[in-house]
Design a protein around this ligand. Structure first.
Ligand SMILES: [Zn+2]
Length: 407
């Protein structure tokens, strides 16, 4: 995009619809997150992101307010007794190059990502917009509403890094109900998926091995091969037994090792993920991975470091919340079909927020609203904004209206 493209204009306008503009109290960045629970944060990435934000017109004072931590929760208190309801949207983009093909919706609509190699290839920009519109609706209808609302804009869902820090940030302890949602996935345009459960618990681990280098010809016995340690660990990890208690997954997705052909390799690095139908099953897989890494460390006389860089719980929801959502979609003209979904073969870290709410007796719901996408995390991901987004907006606002009327 050129500097004077219409995008600049729309960005300037969009600021006027922010939480501050709406007069909603908010908690931002460090005030909203539990810093100790942040996973997989790379300070160099953060520095680059701050530079990019400044270049794109975000003010220095705003950056300082965030403390370098994105994410925000808007809080609207009607002042009348009633339930506290939280709605969560995720904010982040994906490291994917956006398509420049003529038929791509963002090209047609002139809203292609300005950042090379980064785009909204999972629809989180739509989630953010929908939740902001719901917040605006709540402000406009405040006089007819009761209770309290928390509008949660969560950072770093990709890689399941941000959810735990948001969940532990202290804003869910008084929440009676939480709603989370996602565009696309298993649902096409006109369809809504009410999720009874299904997202898998997962753990993302980075493992590094440090050995000792040596000349491969003259004294190989002095070397300690991190590469062989990592290769052995990779095959052992793939052989972790599966569990009779439910579905499990494990993947060594990346392995980098070695320096040169004639050097005993001193460094190796692996990226591993585990998944399970429950957090216990996921923990079973993680325990095995850790044991294998420790065993390999001893067998190859190398040093290993295991770093947890992301995690999510499995999805658990409550039938009464799901029934309310289903009743709403039955009356919506834009919804042709409502499916009850038991399994989504992926992971989502709003599950930490949901767990936090359910731990003290609160209830949770999760739904998918459809779009005709070509697959998530692809350069041609698009969601037919004007047709898909109103579905989620209507579901959420109807839920809030009906929930408060019934209290
Ligand atoms: Zn997503």
């Amino acid at each position: 995009m050129k500097k004077n493209s219409p995008i600049k204009k729309s960005r300037a306008i969009s600021r006027e619809f922010g939480l501050e503009y709406l007069g909603i109290e908010y908690k931002l960045g460090v005030d909203f997150l539990d810093k100790a629970s942040i996973q997989g944060r790379d300070e160099k990435d953060v520095e680059r992101a701050i530079e990019r934000a400044l270049e794109h017109g975000v003010s220095q004072s705003f950056i300082e307010k965030t403390g370098g931590y994105t994410g925000i929760s808007g809080i609207l208190d009607t002042g009348r007794p009633g339930p506290t309801i939280a709605i969560r949207a995720d904010l982040d983009a994906v490291p994917v190059q956006e398509s420049s093909a003529e038929e791509h919706e963002a090209v047609k609509g002139n809203y292609v990502s300005e950042i090379p190699g980064v785009m909204h290839a999972c629809g989180h920009d739509a989630h953010t917009s929908i939740l902001l519109a719901v917040a605006e609706w709540a402000v406009r209808n405040k006089e007819h509403l009761v209770g309290k609302y928390k509008f949660i804009f969560q950072p770093a869902e990709e890689g399941v890094r941000g959810g735990l820090a948001v969940a532990n940030g202290g804003i869910f302890d008084d929440v009676d109900e939480i709603l989370c949602f996602h565009v696309g996935s298993e649902c096409k345009l006109g369809e809504v998926g009410i999720c009874e459960g299904g997202y898998l618990a997962t753990t993302k681990l980075n493992v590094s091995f440090e050995g000792a280098p040596a000349h491969a010809g003259s004294n190989p016995e002095a070397g300690k091969s991190a590469l062989l340690a990592a290769c052995n660990a990779a095959t052992l990890v793939a052989g972790i037994p599966r569990h009779s208690g439910g579905l499990t997954r494990v993947c060594v997705g990346k392995l980098e090792a070695g320096e040169s052909r004639n050097v005993i390799p001193a460094h190796a690095r692996m990226e591993i993920e585990t998944r399970g139908a429950t957090s216990d099953l996921d923990a079973f897989m993680v325990d095995h991975v850790k044991r294998i890494v420790r065993g390999t460390e001893a067998a190859f006389d190398v040093k290993a470091k295991i770093e947890k860089v992301g995690s999510a719980a499995n999805l658990e929801t409550d039938p009464e919340v799901l029934a309310r959502l289903a009743k709403i979609t039955e009356q919506m003209e834009s919804v042709e079909k409502t499916n009850f979904i038991r399994f989504v073969p992926a992971s989502e870290d709003c599950t930490w927020l949901i767990r936090r709410v359910r731990e003290h007796g609160g209830k949770a719901g999760y739904f998918l609203f459809g779009c005709n996408h070509h697959g998530h995390h692809r350069g041609d991901f698009s969601i037919q904004d004007e047709k898909s987004m109103p579905v989620a907006f209507e579901m959420l606002t109807k839920y809030l209206a009906e929930r408060n009327m019934s209290c």
